[in-house]
Design a protein around this ligand. Structure first.
Ligand SMILES: Nc1ncnc2c1ncn2[C@@H]1O[C@H](COP(=O)(O)OP(=O)(O)OP(=O)(O)O)[C@@H](O)[C@H]1O
Ligand SMILES: [Mg+2]
Length: 249
């Protein structure tokens, strides 16, 4: 398995507060890597520094061996490292299918315009086919012609993920994908995420509900006060006394 994302001693401070302190991670291709840690330990900041939303104060970020440290979010997105909020939010009044089409990067002529004018050309037909296949993969094929506003919370999350898929992402970073979602749907979302690995996708997932998320992950990192305190198989990380102490203490 190839290393997809690598951080080396990545550091980010806000004034005197070192939110991310010399963090070194390796995300392997085609895996689901879980990032856990108590509130304020630096998980989101780490993601922001990796995806170009914030500039690091030290260290480096490499994607497929390419040094992307300090790159703009747009350039990192172009390389296929996608944080779901980097893709424009779903248009609630558009259909599910149109939402997926609008996230595609090779729309030729704007697919939306093309559909409106009914000027179906090969390119658009291919895009529609691809979009429908993506919707099938995330369990939304029966919803394809419904407006996005009619979807439930879990379905909207899947629509968000299907849009990153449509954008051609290789690595998708999700900040609390099951936050606030009913446990039954949480399992459904995680099952779909796991199944998307077989299409070549890699996931970096921040979650607080670690008991629900851990069984789906291949690897886990735990952070505390800006630093990585444990890494390895999710269950081993959860049982690591250092991690237990952080959560109990
Ligand atoms: N833009 C900012 N300016 C100043 N301080 C910040 C900023 N963003 C985050 N912080 C601080 O950096 C630390 C890490 O925050 P971060 O949001 O990365 O934590 P987190 O692990 O994502 O927490 P949570 O689990 O609550 O989402 C916190 O102390 C937070 O208050
Ligand atoms: Mg956070």
């Amino acid at each position: 398995m190839k290393d997809l994302l690598l951080t080396n001693n990545l550091t980010k401070a806000f004034g005197g507060l070192v939110a991310v302190n010399e963090v070194s991670l390796t995300i392997r291709e085609n895996t689901f890597t879980l990032l856990i840690g108590p509130n304020g330990c630096g998980k989101t900041t780490l993601l922001n520094v990796c995806t170009g939303v914030l500039r690091p104060d030290g260290g480096e970020v490499k994607l497929e061996g390419k040094d992307i440290t300090g790159w703009s979010p747009e350039s990192i997105y172009e390389l296929g490292f996608v944080r779901t909020f980097q893709i424009p939010m779903p248009f609630l009044s558009l259909t599910v299918l149109d939402n997926v089409l609008s996230a595609m990067r090779n729309p030729g002529e704007s697919p939306l315009k093309a559909i409106a004018k009914r000027t179906w050309v090969k390119e658009e037909e291919k895009n529609v086919e691809r979009a429908l296949e993506i919707l099938w993969r995330v369990g939304l094929s029966r919803e394809w012609d419904k407006p996005a506003y009619s979807l439930g919370g879990a379905q909207l999350k899947m629509l968000e993920i299907s849009r990153s898929l449509a954008s051609g992402a290789k690595l998708v970073a999700l900040d609390e994908p099951i936050g606030g979602v009913d446990p039954i749907y949480a399992d459904e979302i995680l099952t779909y995420i796991t199944s998307l690995k077989s299409y070549g996708l890699t996931f970096l997932v921040i979650e607080h509900r670690i008991d629900i998320a851990a069984p789906y992950a291949d690897y886990a990192y735990a952070m505390d006060r800006g630093s990585v305190i444990s890494q390895g198989k999710p269950q081993d990380v959860l049982n690591d006394p250092k991690v237990v102490e952080v959560y109990l203490g």
